[in-house]
Design a binder for this molecule. Sequence first.
Ligand SMILES: [Zn+2]
Ligand SMILES: [Zn+2]
Length: 804
Amino acid sequence: MLDLLRARAHGGTTGTPVTHVERVPARPGTVADWPEWVPAELRAALAGQGVVAPWRHQAEAAGHAYAGRHVVVATGTASGKSLAYQLPALATLLADPRATVLYLAPTKALAADQLRAVAALGLDGVRPACYDGDTPRAERDWIRQHSRFVLTNPDMLHHGILPGHAKWSAFLRRLAFVVVDECHTYRGVFGSHVAHVLRRLRRQAARYPGTPRSVPGQRGASGGTGPAPDGPVFVLASATSGDPAAAAERLTGLPVTAVTEDTAPRGGLTFALWEPPLLPPPSDGPDPADLAESAAGAGVDAAPVRRSALRETADLLGDTVAAGVRTLAFVRSRRGAEVIATTARRSLDEAVPGLGARVAAYRSGYLREERRSLEQALLGGELLGLASTSALELGVDLVGLDAVLICGYPGTRASLWQQAGRAGRSGREALAVLVARDDPLDTYLVHHPEALFGRPVEATVLDPANPYVLGPQLCCAAAESPLTPADLELFGEGAKEAVEALVAGGALRRRPTGWYWRHAGRPEVDLRGTGGAPVDVVESSTGRLLGTVDPASSHFQVHPGAVYLHQGVSYVVDDLDLDDGCALVHAEEPDWSTHPRDVTSLSVVSVRSYLDCGPVGMFLGEVDVTSQVVSYQRRRLASGEVLATLPLDLPARELRTVAVWFTVSPESLAAAGVEAAEVPGALHAAEHAAIGLLPLVATCDRWDIGGLSTANHPDTEAPTVFVYDGHPGGAGFAERAYRAASAWLSATRDAIAECGCEAGCPSCVQSPKCGNGNNPLAKPEAVRVLDVVLTNLAQVAPAEPGDT
Ligand SMILES: [Zn+2]
Ligand SMILES: [Zn+2]
């Protein structure tokens, strides 16, 4: 199949776009016997669904859970993780007619999928039901009273179930298992919030004792090593990830056993890395497909130098479809999915009229019926090509695909393997192609296959001790029932200090019986951010709510005059009302994109940890970041030409967060051949590339991260590069960068040094979100700066092989 794609001529370019081919051999499965505690009724029901015996990892994980040990199963896509929790959960529900199970999924779609799977087993008395924002009021009472297998999501648990715990007391009293599906998605600030929501759940479950909430006779009977847990047993399912037990323990606050050996069978996979060719020097305007990508990506400062990944993916999709290969193309944005489908359809129709109809776009916004009919068409073969956002990653099962095209690195190796894993489920040979986008991380990866293959996937990063998460969560907990000293232990590190601060601030009141929430209403806490209420984007003429924007990014995305894209439609912002948290927009498609400019300053509050490496210092600590969006540029869509720079009158924003930073003495820079005049550009270039490469070591997106570089910072009195978490209180990313500094910065250095451009491009040191218009940048000098840092760092902190 790869030869098919290779054969395609790249007009006027030389060399092959394929930078690496990795062969993943086929693997037979390893079957286990049914555990003897699985009742015949359940075996028969599963057999009716085509499950004749469990794979060994399923039986192993199920055995831990049934014996009362918290367990995380972290195996590949399509390895049947569901059975690992269905077995202990359903066996328990059948054995104990009072027991209950709570299942949590990150999306409603996945919960609905799991509901269908459990309901299809037709087990008596289980009465599975989804309880989420879509559940009609009339059904909610029935579910609380009668369902013994409730499927929901962390938001509903946080906003609905836990505040109404009294109504749920019968359910919580008998809670035997909590299933946390796709638990690797709980990362960063969101993951830190979910960690506390789970602690609140454990706390409420413990408040309603009376009946054993576990399987009678099972605890300790199976020779478990750990102490029998008090309360429900947690069963977590994760994509393959680095150290899943540690991440699951951080998430639940409980000791967790990990099952990581995937024993499901797998067909062979050919995995190719693909770098789109350089474009010939611009003679006419750029391709509209290239522009669509630039516009979707919030704008870049220079015209792309390579053919866009979208355009390349669309062509590859056209080629595979023309050859009758069932192909799924993944792309980050909805707009990107539409562009790929439209472009592929057009070129297919040009070749064979009517062939274009066999390609479609698929995105999470579609109704379930629409998605089902697309899935059916793909299974039936009427449809051969589908372009999709990564929505498919979560839950919805698509089988029988021959090839997967991945347009742009999805951000983590875990997601990459999840997407690639969609190919070849039927045991046949399959193809996966990663098409690099024009940015430093993608470019680095297609030239460093060792960074993708044969090394563990990233650890999931979260930080429940973040005071900006912990404080609000303690308020929620106190509003549910007064906090006791024992509770503080449950909420972990920093809880005592946080409660004292909440008392001092008037949110909680101390009484002899505990800490009480002082207000009438419930605390307003959004799990998906710490920056306060989101800003609504509203169409003025209709009053329609188009979407919401994180308050931290509202100044950048919806300042007055900004072009705002929503589902492929272009709007212009008339007004941003910060008091009401509302941006008013009207539909308009101007000939330009908008690019905010900001002024940022940073001061060091405290140092948590540092490495003294002679002329180089590496630090982790708290910082205050002040940034103000002061103006924006309008740039012509076709050429990137600056049409106007317009001032803005927006207040400065303050952010207390966690940063990693390094200092380099001016003498060592001079000795390395970096002239004083080039220092600002060298540091700035190193900062951009370092931010771009950070996702290599931490499960973050470059948009979660900010940076600042300066030739002389007042707090460090030296040339300094700061990289900080873009969320109040930090999300664990800067900390991770500090711990993996050698691996992170040497990848950064290589990414810059190996880029074929002369003076810096989006593949190396230019940043699409630079507030200074990517000026100044000194590419060769950035490599020298990083060499100085790495050489000195190596004296103190040995590189951490494999620890990325
Ligand atoms: Zn470059
Ligand atoms: Zn910059």
